[in-house]
Ligand binder design. Structure first.
Ligand SMILES: [Zn+2]
Ligand SMILES: [Zn+2]
Length: 239
């Protein structure tokens, strides 16, 4: 980008690309707020007097915080009660997601928000196909997904972490602690700096996950049987 590129919305100094469009920091934040609002409406969940739990692994707690502020902002008259919960997470990304899912299953609440971003899901798709689809949680991708009887909203499923740079409270890079996953994530950021791919890779994921049997408890992809390995351990089906 050359120095004479300006924010497409207000003409101020260009800072980052939002789905390929140059924007200043302030307009990029407005765009994200707008997207979260649109996703809340599209999810069809009636937030009036409802209670939502924003459930984050520790490495996403900053995004969870931003989402809490945005939901309050876009839904001021809704009287929504927001709870934030952070889990420590594991060095292995599938174990971390398993922990999130079990938290949802065991909670008394009905509605949850995950802070996972579009780039996370793209990296996760590549990670799962290089490593193993067994035990993978590709079923979680989408704006509104069911986990058991519960509803999970991924309000940032179409927004990569790199488009949240306008929120100064975030660290510049997302580091999960799973080294293979982190290297794929960082490769995808270097490879797709205009962020456009993060908005377009999605339609096949749902089709893909439909092809495989899934764990009866947590929904992870399995090759045979009723439960994934992690649930077999949780349920003490194996020693
Ligand atoms: Zn601007
Ligand atoms: Zn399972």
């Amino acid at each position: 980008m050359t120095n004479n590129v300006k924010c497409i919305k207000c003409g101020n100094e260009f800072s980052l690309l939002i789905s390929g469009k140059p924007m200043c920091l302030r307009c990029s934040r407005d765009e994200i707020i707008h997207r979260v609002k649109r996703n809340l409406v599209r999810s069809g969940v009636d937030l009036r007097n409802s209670s939502l739990t924003i459930l984050s692994p520790e490495f996403y707690s900053g995004v969870g915080e931003i989402l809490a502020n945005l939901i309050r902002k876009v839904c001021e008259p809704c009287n929504v009660s927001l709870r934030k919960e952070v889990i420590t997470g594991e060095p292995d990304i599938n174990s971390t997601i398993h922990e999130l899912v079990v938290k949802v299953l065991e909670s008394e609440n009905r509605y949850f928000v995950f802070p996972l971003t579009a780039d996370f899901y793209l990296a996760y798709l590549i990670y799962s196909s290089t490593r193993s689809l067994n035990g993978a949680y590709l079923n979680l991708y989408g704006l509104r997904v069911n986990v058991g009887e519960k509803t999970v909203l991924n309000l940032l499923y179409n927004t990569p972490y790199t488009e949240l740079r306008g929120f100064s409270e975030l660290t510049p890079r997302l580091i999960t602690g799973d080294s293979l996953f982190d290297s794929i994530l960082s490769w995808s950021h270097d490879r797709f700096p205009d962020n456009e791919v993060f908005h377009t890779f999605s339609p096949s994921v749902e089709e893909l996950t439909r092809l495989f049997p899934r764990c009866r408890r947590c929904g992870a992809i399995i090759s045979a049987g009723d439960y994934c390995k992690a649930c077999e351990v949780d349920l003490s089906l194996v020693q």
